[in-house]
Ligand binder design. Structure first.
Ligand code: ADP
Length: 526
């Protein structure tokens, strides 16, 4: 066979030649919509690549983006790697000090930034970030992104190798300091091919995709490249991620599949329930959910609303797709309770991901009881962090230790019970907080629940549940304890339930338990 290098050229060429008229819709900061096509987008991406090379970018250099989801960000997704450089998507929701640390740690040379994010850019620079050149999207004049493209010289782009770096993303730092992960052309291409498979996320040309997940969060789960490869219409929400704005786009652009973290979908469910019949959505829209656990109740609620939620699990270190909770025919034929319980698990590994769950006795049996840490291996799993941090996260036999705790059922589905950093040790026994949270979010009055361990004089730690109630709903600690009691050992039941207005969030919309633990550090047990 030929030695065809797996580089992004394959997707760019295909999008340009065969998906030429496929539409890309972007919401602009003034809320207007702009429309372009894959043909035009790739044409501009090639100009960006030539302009970057003309401006002195060399193979292996890093070019950062500070942008929302829109067509220009997609151009950068293609143009920067086609120039032989690495696209480093900066997470604009982080603190400016953190963004500056990350940009410097990565050694980013240039930056492409949205004009509406210039105030943030100023803060990043004040915090010590240094970029040789900055190009502004949405602005005119010198230093504008459009001017950069207009001046693109006529030169040949470098020939890429599949082992070249394509992208760079930092973990969102839910449990520790952000760490950088580099994706290669090869890893990205293989990831896209497998993620699009029918039994993975099942993406095809006839679909209209809405990545609500930001393009600065783990490559928007690969959706920009998948969409370009299959030629699906792509709808980009820009800065507007509130439920009415997302629903308006879903309705008007006839979206058939959207992707985002559970927080987004909890908001969408509440908006749909608050105004039944207001939004006319395509029947059977699929929502891909990952980033944190999708509670079973949310899956049931969406079925009731005529939408279908598909859960996937992954990490920055896994590009990100690792597992998908798609029911096989024998599970489709199971009773309703089993089907929902299984869809609320994280699922089975996709092809080319080797996954095992290990504890101190070795790999755990598929008994749905014994838990251990999830470890993974494969062509799109990171082999190291930028700067070589924490090499102990890789085993001697080549697996990456995820820090996620899970058990495995007889079908090979993993069920995440917690992150190792969030487990509670009470009287020498472990308590898994995510299991409690998922159960609590099944109570009709509960909108969100986060469980943390708080220091206890007798048990060393005891669980405290922070609860956000649905609007207008009420319930007591005793009711919640009684609700959990049939399904959990007595010592698992939280000793305290505190009712709060909002649970602190990370930049990716996950529960920020470090902050919650800080908030309740001095909680007085009665
Ligand atoms: P961070 O570790 O900073 O949150 P990532 O954004 O890479 O960085 O998040 C990866 C983590 O998110 C996983 O290790 C896991 O704990 C969690 N996660 C991702 N998908 C799911 C899911 N479907 N269910 C539960 N947890 C998930």
């Amino acid at each position: 066979m030929m030695d065809a290098q797996l580089t992004l050229d394959w997707i760019a060429d295909r999008a340009e030649r065969y998906n030429t008229d496929g539409e890309i819709v972007s919401r602009r900061p003034d809320r207007s919509l702009s429309r372009t096509t894959y043909g035009q987008m790739i044409g501009r991406a090639r100009k960006l690549a030539r302009a970057l090379v003309g401006a002195g970018i060399q193979r292996g250099d890093r070019v950062a983006t500070l942008m929302w989801n829109h067509a220009e960000h997609l151009e950068a997704y293609f143009g920067i790697p086609l120039a032989g450089a690495t696209i480093h998507t900066l997470n604009l929701r982080l603190h400016p000090d953190e963004i500056a640390y990350i940009a410097n740690d990565a050694g980013d040379r240039f930056l492409i930034v949205d004009d509406v994010l210039l105030p943030l850019y100023e803060k990043i620079v004040a915090a010590g970030a240094r970029f040789e050149r900055v190009f502004v999207v949405g602005a005119g004049g010198d230093g504008s992104y459009d001017k950069l493209l207009a001046g693109a010289p006529d030169l040949a782009l470098p020939k890429l190798a599949e082992t070249d770096a394509l992208g760079l993303c930092y973990t969102s730092g839910t449990t520790g300091k952000p760490k950088g992960v580099v994706y290669s052309h090869r890893s990205s291409l293989l990831h896209v091919l497998v993620a699009a498979l029918p039994d993975s996320l099942d993406f095809k040309r006839s679909m209209t995709l809405l990545p609500v997940v930001p393009m600065f969060h783990v490559n928007a789960w690969g959706i920009p490249y998948i969409a370009a490869m299959v030629g699906a219409k792509l709808v980009m929400p820009g800065p507007y991620l509130d439920p009415p704005s997302v629903l308006e786009l879903m309705q008007n652009e006839r979206v058939t599949c959207a992707a985002g973290v559970p927080t987004i979908w909890i908001g969408i469910r509440d908006a749909l329930d608050a105004e039944p019949g207001r939004w006319k959505l395509q029947p059977g829209i699929r929502m891909v959910v990952g980033g944190s656990a999708a509670p079973e109740q949310l899956i049931r609620d969406f079925d009731r609303l005529g939408l279908s939620l598909l859960q996937a699990w992954g990490m920055t270190e896994t590009s990100p797709i690792g597992t998908v909770a798609r029911l096989s025919p024998e599970l489709e034929a199971a009773d309703e309770a089993t089907r929902y319980r299984t869809r609320a698990k994280q699922g089975r590994p996709v092809p080319l991901v080797d996954l095992r769950v290990c504890n101190e006795d070795g790999e755990v049996p598929r008994d749905d009881k014994t838990s251990g840490e999830v470890q993974v291996r494969g062509p799109w799993i990171s082999a190291s962090y930028v700067g070589g941090h924490t090499p102990e996260r890789w085993t001697a036999d080549g697996y990456f230790c995820t820090g996620d705790v899970a058990r495995v059922d007889s079908h090979g589905f993993i069920q995440l019970t917690d992150r190792m950093a969030d487990l509670i040790k009470s009287g020498g026994e472990w308590i898994a907080t995510q299991e409690l949270e998922n159960a609590l979010m099944g109570h009709p009055a509960v909108r969100e629940a986060a469980v943390i361990g708080v220091a206890h004089p007798k048990w060393s730690e005891r669980p405290l549940a922070a609860i956000v109630l649905k609007q207008g709903a009420s319930c007591t600690a005793d009711e919640l304890r009684a609700f959990l009691a049939p399904n959990f050992a007595k010592f698992w039941l939280p000793d305290a339930f505190v009712f709060i207005d909002a649970i602190p969030r990370t930049s990716a919309g996950k529960f920020k338990k470090t902050e919650l633990r800080q908030q309740f550090r001095d909680y007085r047990w009665t």
